[in-house]
Design a protein around this ligand. Sequence first.
Ligand SMILES: Cc1cc2nc3c(=O)[nH]c(=O)nc-3n(C[C@H](O)[C@H](O)[C@H](O)COP(=O)(O)OP(=O)(O)OC[C@H]3O[C@@H](n4cnc5c(N)ncnc54)[C@H](O)[C@@H]3O)c2cc1C
Length: 240
Amino acid sequence: MASFQSFSARLVNAKQLSLPTRHLQFEIEGKERFGFIPGQWLSFKASESSGEEITRAYSIASPPAHDARFELCLNRVQDGFMSNFLCDMKAGGVVQCQGPFGNFTLRPPLRDTIFIATGTGIAPFRSMLHWLFADELRHLNRNLWLVFGSRTEADIYYHSEFLALAGKHANFHYLPTLSRADESWEGLRGYVQEHVKEIADKRTDMHAYICGLDKMVKVNRDLLKELGWDRKSILYEKYD
Ligand SMILES: Cc1cc2nc3c(=O)[nH]c(=O)nc-3n(C[C@H](O)[C@H](O)[C@H](O)COP(=O)(O)OP(=O)(O)OC[C@H]3O[C@@H](n4cnc5c(N)ncnc54)[C@H](O)[C@@H]3O)c2cc1C
């Protein structure tokens, strides 16, 4: 029997993360608690002006909590219906959802792990990392790398949160990398795969989780396979 549910979610809060990207917080109506596994996604349903019903998937960007709230990290896609519908929602607005779905979730037992994201592909990793670091036993004796690719410093979503996690946990290695950094940027430059190689080389005992657009996912999967990684150690979610 399917364990997913259909429900209405009310927008509680919204925040602009960058020019095209918003962070949305929803509360499920009539529910005290919403259970899901970090990395899972929800299906959102709304009708276009023609009456056609559209459904799209969005990863949950927050860790499971003791309430019925969840968060999204959402990019406006040019001429896209659902991304703009959700980004245009005002606090108090309601949308129909189903879920949670998906098995892009942490595989136990936790190994040393590299999380690779670009853009809103950070969403499932924000959920996973906050969940992992909420309890020392969940990440004990493991090294975790987050390689997060953006164009400019303004596009590094949740930067201060990840800096704070890295400041608190010596085993969390936060590596934002910029493809169009200005001169003042002192961090990594270039595309994610250039830095993944340094971490993953000769480390076939790790897991890799990759999330973002198809092209980036493919480049990184191919790289890891070339480095001798077993395909079962490479988990990924494609957004397009
Ligand atoms: C499992 C899963 C989880 C996802 N989670 C997220 C998430 O957390 N945040 C998020 O912002 N998106 C996420 N997406 C993408 C999302 O489902 C939609 O595809 C996206 O928002 C576009 O929908 P739309 O109706 O606005 O545009 P559509 O009408 O579907 O697309 C318009 C055009 O944009 C292209 N396109 C489709 N998706 C993208 C994209 N993501 N980026 C650039 N171009 C695209 C299409 O090829 C099409 O040409 C996820 C997708 C999947 C499969």
